[in-house]
Design a protein around this ligand. Structure first.
Ligand SMILES: [Zn+2]
Length: 505
């Protein structure tokens, strides 16, 4: 299996032996890691007690047009050569997927991307796959294909020799469906007070709105952000497999074979490189943080501290829900539909909110700091609220409403949005184009939008800001169980939308 992004292609491994000077050549566009396969295969076969014959060995990976990268072809190459030498039966291994890197000692080692590769293999009709033991649980999540996890090349040779085709092999890994789990995340009950910030978090989860939390260090911005995944709807099994496939490509799957229905929460460091954020790397292109956060939350703490090219790189995924990485030889697309949560201090020193008596920043530094988030990125953030440290201190000893209760309201608000927009192809209020909210069937009466119209006329809001406020008003109405926003819903939305001037500037 070769992967381009999450898309798979099957690769046929052919081997031919001829009586010329002993050599081993692999052709068919392999990359550097793949080109070193001969040394690993030769040593591994010797370690497994089946040394390669002293002949000229030609291995071809086809189709040649499919880029092949990484070390996962080692096992297939070894089995093809052993089949050509009649060590294993050709008819037994021809239609079997072989994935795994070979160690010089013959061990079969794990490789990234097993889950998407196996998913593709199953959809392409392959019935059996041999994978490294360490990737066995991950591969076992896919239905419709039998997985044979192996530890050593010896296991593979022995099974083919003793039992023939894989359908006769004993003890498949597991025929049970994978255990479904939800990860434990912090509860909103831990956060007392913070009425406005809690409302913002609830609105963000309900309508799919991106969110900026600004406030001094220690105000609890990170705590709030982390709790958003606890009130978002659980992932569907399909979405959970997609999320796990991305983790598999990033090489960070846990080996317990469970399917986590909790939306991911990804918090890259502000020193992150462009490749770490959107994906990249060589020779194999790996998904970045934006894809790891697919179907979940991407949290940028101290957002103004991120490199500006890294912040700007978020525009493409925010716009299209995917990220495209183009190289000379290939073009890879990864899904990246995430909810963005930004956290920012009011100024570089962190004490610049309110009367800012302790702030040591010059006005110019404060302006530059605020300007880093402004523009196209912040324009996509519907919700911008200030989180104050004072409220939290005052509220010690009391508890906030629990995530479980909030999650129920979020679920019914989302249900209302789906019922309204579903027929038009949108699922969340944040996805609805502005003109739809202003003109026609869903336009609100003048009396309801009066405050908003005034803000637009006086230049306090741009037209884009106007549309964002309308979306937010719909979400506020959905949470309250109202069929349509009232002037009050618009007022709350306008407040949450416009107090950013103070918060960030
Ligand atoms: Zn300051």
């Amino acid at each position: 299996m070769a992967l381009t992004g999450l898309d798979g292609r099957s690769v046929q491994v052919e081997a031919q032996l001829s009586s010329a000077l002993p050599s081993l050549i692999v052709s068919g566009l392999p990359d550097a890691a793949c080109r070193q396969a001969p040394e690993r295969v030769r040593a591994a076969c010797a370690s497994a007690g089946s040394p390669l014959p002293a002949k000229k060995i030609v291995v071809n990976l086809s189709p040649a047009s499919v880029p092949k990268s990484g070390t996962g072809f080692d096992l297939g190459i070894a089995v093809a050569i052993l089949a050509a030498g009649s060590v294993v039966g050709q008819e037994h291994c021809a239609d079997v997927v072989h994935l795994g890197e070979l160690g010089l000692d013959g061990s079969v080692r794990g490789v990234p991307g097993i889950l998407p590769a196996i998913r593709y293999a199953a959809s392409a009709g392959f019935a059996h796959a041999i994978v490294p033991l360490t990737n066995g649980a991950e591969a076992g999540i896919v239905e419709g294909i039998r997985i044979h996890p192996v530890r050593h090349l010896d296991d593979v040779i022995g099974a083919y020799r003793d039992f023939g085709p894989p359908q006769r092999w004993p003890a498949p890994l597991s025929v049970l469906p994978p255990p479904v789990i939800t990860r434990s995340v912090g509860d909103l009950a831990d956060i007392a007070g913070q009425h406005e910030a809690r409302l913002a978090v609830e609105l963000a989860a309900s309508g799919g709105h991106h969110l900026l939390l600004s406030g001094p260090p220690g105000a609890g911005k990170t705590m709030l952000a982390e709790r958003v995944v606890g009130i978002l709807p659980r992932l569907t099994p399909d979405a959970a497999i997609e999320v796990l496939s991305i983790r598999s490509l990033r090489g960070d799957t846990q080996d317990d074979g469970s399917l986590d229905l909790t939306p991911p929460f990804i918090a890259p460091h502000h020193g992150s490189s462009l490749a770490a954020m959107v994906g990249g790397g060589s020779p194999v292109i790996r998904p970045g943080a934006v894809s790891a956060a697919h179907c979940g939350v991407l949290f940028l703490d101290e957002a103004p501290e991120f490199r500006s090219d890294v912040l700007q790189s978020l525009r493409q995924p925010l716009e299209s829900g995917e990220v495209v990485i183009a190289r000379a030889r290939e073009r890879v697309t990864f899904p990246a539909r995430f909810q963005l949560i930004l956290a920012a201090n009011p100024c570089p020193c962190g004490f610049g909110s309110g009367k800012a008596l302790r702030c040591s920043c010059t006005p110019q530094r404060r302006r530059l700091y605020a300007a880093r988030l402004r523009g196209p990125l912040l324009d996509r953030v519907d919700l911008q609220v200030h989180v104050s440290a004072v409220t939290q201190a005052r509220a010690i000893g009391t508890h906030g409403e629990a995530s479980r209760v909030v999650a129920d309201r979020v679920a019914s608000a989302r249900g209302a949005a789906v019922a309204r927009w579903g027929g038009h192809g949108w699922a969340r209020n944040a996805d609805v184009p502005g003109p739809v909210l202003r003109i026609g069937e869903f336009a609100l009466p003048k009396a309801v939008t009066a405050a908003l119209d005034l803000a637009l006329e006086t230049g306090r809001l741009t037209l884009r800001g106007y549309d964002r406020t309308l979306r937010l008003a719909w979400t506020h109405a959905d949470l309250a169980g109202r069929g349509r926003p009232t002037a009050e819903d618009v007022g709350v939305a306008l407040m949450l939308r416009t107090n950013d001037r103070e918060a960030v500037a």
